[in-house]
Design a protein around this ligand. Structure first.
Ligand SMILES: CC(C)(COP(=O)(O)OP(=O)(O)OC[C@H]1O[C@@H](n2cnc3c(N)ncnc32)[C@H](O)[C@@H]1OP(=O)(O)O)[C@@H](O)C(=O)NCCC(=O)NCCS
Length: 171
């Protein structure tokens, strides 16, 4: 992770962070979701920076479950500027976020994403908690869990704050 450092999002990072997403995801428009997540009180937002300029971002949304009192967080989206991919920034953001959430008492981190990438980032099992809306069958493998200082995966259905309450984000 050459010269980059990781810190919490600041208010004036917003435009720089929003500009990374269309470059990292040329075929997907995540701007509305990301804009909502950047200002949502349930979201931990981290940026990787060089000389204070954001070049990567990850959002971690605190969630719950319909079954019990598990404290969960949903990772995503995460985007690294194409000029800086494969340099450890994605890994660094995920590890930093996992550490902070674990320190805050979060039990489990969930992700809906490329299983090949996330399996190597500690998301070593399918999630046991169901998604809030039906998943496309071909995405079943992509719904994964990483335990944080805890040995039991949540069950029931994930409860999510407003930005994630949209079926099209899930299926
Ligand atoms: C996917 C993404 C977040 C990964 O971040 P990154 O900083 O480029 O990747 P890292 O350097 O942290 O990768 C660490 C490891 O994962 C591997 N890796 C990176 N991208 C991968 C991919 N798409 N599939 C499988 N493995 C991948 C690397 O080879 C590296 O392996 P190593 O630790 O054994 O050396 C970033 O490339 C990105 O923003 N891509 C475009 C948007 C996207 O797909 N976002 C994720 C879906 S929400």
């Amino acid at each position: 992770m050459s010269e980059a450092s990781i810190r919490l999002l600041k208010a004036d990072d917003g435009p720089t962070v929003l500009a990374i997403y269309p470059l990292a995801f040329p075929d997907e428009d995540l701007s509305k979701l990301v804009a909502k997540l950047l200002t949502d009180e349930n979201v931990l937002s981290l940026v990787a920076t060089t000389r204070e300029h954001a070049i990567a971002h990850a959002a971690f949304t605190r969630c719950g479950s319909t079954n019990g009192s598990a404290r969960l967080a949903l990772l995503g989206p995460i985007a690294v500027h194409p000029d800086h991919q494969r340099d450890g920034l994605g890994k660094g953001l995920i590890e930093d976020g996992a550490r902070r959430l674990s320190d805050q008492g979060v039990n489990e981190l969930l992700v809906l994403g490329d299983p090949d990438y996330y399996r190597h980032r500690g998301f070593d099992a399918p999630a046991s908690v169901s998604t809030p809306y039906p998943l496309k069958p071909e995405w079943a493998e992509a719904w994964r869990s990483r335990l944080l200082n805890f040995n039991e995966r949540a069950t029931g259905t994930l409860t999510v704050p407003k930005p994630w309450q949209a079926p099209e984000l899930w299926g």
